[in-house]
Write a protein that binds this ligand. Structure first.
Ligand code: LLP
Length: 461
């Protein structure tokens, strides 16, 4: 009996396909997937454990993804647990204790538990994110409270429990927080969020370090400085440092350094212990994309910190880079329709599980989960099932020409800001989340049911 596994190993740009059988092993070298849109999916966009067996079946974390789609249904968010763990471990290795996972990227109790086990702190910006972390036993002292309009009850709870720190965003909040700490007679650690006011190249909805942003105290006038002075004077606010977050999906390392330089005079003036650079590093989403690695980003920032402020600590709050590559989404094709010179492939999800294409024009790849090594020689538009033309996952994508109704297709790099931004548009129940590791799949968030959709209705009859 022949047992064979083909594993794709990426080795400095080359793709090596190893075919092993019980009796022999051969190694086929192929060239690196080209940037041609019809090339097979680049496995560097998939979790590192992804491999393909000789029957053409894709495995992630040792789990056959077609079997997972069958067992748990689609649309399905499938995460490689080991990849998540590796990202969190790397963040702690690069920045040290206190580095916070930006939970807005993807937060369920299961991922919170894993991040906590790997030593992360957590950036939370609502009572919901706060509660999710506390629920799985994360101590308040590892929570960083964020937001440009933190609610009084959120501030109060944080002050009562003693977070790692609260990042103060504006003068109204500063006043509110001063009053709450005085009333409760409790001291709380504070970072002041400075807005460096620089050009940030990303989608304008997710740029935050520019002058037109709602976030933070301007560093280009006296506001940030005044805020720090005010914190220092408040009897129960303990000034620990300066924070900034310039935006998300930023690809140029020098933009981060420029932002740090812009806020550095505050640091020179007040000599705090901590400088937090936020998150914001981009990712590879498409075959052929180039992007600095997390380590390169971290080393550029911490290196700058060591040179410029020896003795202080530089920390970060990565979100996307922790979870994006670990997650893939599986869909079932329901319609393949040719019209007007275009092929529309409709899947059983769409803007309700991934609103990023419609919000930011974000690009993705798609491939057939049953033919992951195949050339994708058919130009298609990947659309969802929602009642508007904007419900498009890929304006122009490529799939093997044989794609047909019932096939399972996969969009990789969907681990960040997909599930966390999912909605019930058209009263579609939200998708399930499955974690895979060591050949086992475990459901961590079950699929929503129709009953769930009406669970909050008071007048349901
Ligand atoms: N720190 C703060 C204060 C943030 O607001 C964010 C993200 C992060 C850290 C993490 O940034 P990351 O490493 O994930 O880029 N929904 C958008 C992204 C919004 C980012 C919001 N803040 C998207 O899907 O691209």
């Amino acid at each position: 009996m022949i047992f064979a596994i083909a594993r794709k190993i990426h080795n400095r740009g080359a793709v090596q396909v190893t075919i092993s059988t019980t009796s022999s092993m051969m190694v086929l070298m192929t060239s690196r997937p080209q940037c041609l849109p019809t090339a097979p999916i680049d496995f560097e966009l998939l979790p590192r454990s992804a491999e393909v067996d000789l029957a053409g079946r894709l495995r992630v974390g040792g789990v056959d993804v077609l079997d997972a789609a069958q067992e748990f249904g689609t649309p399905l968010f499938l995460y490689d647990e080991d990849e998540l763990r590796a990202s969190f471990r790397e963040a702690v290795a690069v920045f040290g204790e206190g580095v916070a996972y930006a939970t807005k990227a993807f937060l369920t109790p299961a991922v919170a538990r894993i991040a906590a086990q790997e030593g992360m702190s957590f950036d939370v910006s609502t009572a919901g994110e706060y509660a999710c972390c506390r629920r799985v036993g994360v101590p308040a002292s590892r929570l960083v409270l964020h937001g440009n309009n933190k609610q009084p009850e959120e501030l109060r709870l944080a002050v009562e429990e003693g977070p790692q720190w609260i990042v103060v965003d504006n003068f109204d909040e500063l006043e509110r927080l001063t009053a709450i700490t005085e009333e409760l007679q409790r001291e709380v650690n504070i970072l002041v969020r400075a807005n460096p006011g620089i050009e940030v190249h990303t989608h304008r909805y997710i740029a935050t370090g520019n002058r037109d942003s709602k976030f933070g105290f301007p560093a280009w006038n006296e506001d940030a400085n005044r805020a720090i002075e005010q914190v220092k004077k408040a009897p129960f606010l303990k000034f620990l440092g300066v924070h900034m977050h310039i935006g998300s999906f930023v690809l140029a390392l020098d933009t981060f350094i420029k932002a740090l330089e812009a806020a550095a005079p505050l640091f020179d003036h007040h000599h705090p212990e901590i400088f937090v650079v936020g998150g914001g590093l981009g990712m590879r989403y498409l075959n052929g994309d180039e992007c600095p690695t997390f380590r390169e980003w971290g080393e550029a920032i911490t290196g700058w910190g060591r040179r410029r402020f020896p003795g202080s600590r530089i920390l970060a709050e990565p979100g996307r880079t922790m979870v994006a590559r670990a997650g893939i989404t599986l869909y079932t094709v329901g319609v393949v329709q040719r019209k007007g010179g275009r092929v529309f492939v409709a899947v059983d999800g769409g803007m309700s599980d991934n609103p990023r294409p419609v919000l930011y024009g974000s690009g993705y790849e798609v491939f057939s989960a049953s033919a992951p090594l195949a050339l994708r020689d058919l130009t298609i538009r990947l659309v969802g099932r929602h009642c508007e033309s904007g419900d498009t996952l890929l304006e122009e994508g490529h799939l093997p020409a044989g794609i047909t109704v019932g096939d399972i297709v996969c969009t990789p790099v969907t681990g960040a800001y997909g599930y966390s931004m999912a909605s019930n548009y058209n009263l579609v129940p939200r998708a399930a989340v499955v974690f895979v590791s060591g050949g086992k799949a475990r459901i961590t968030t079950r699929r929503e049911t129709l009953e769930d959709l009406f669970a909050r209705e008071v007048d349901g009859e």
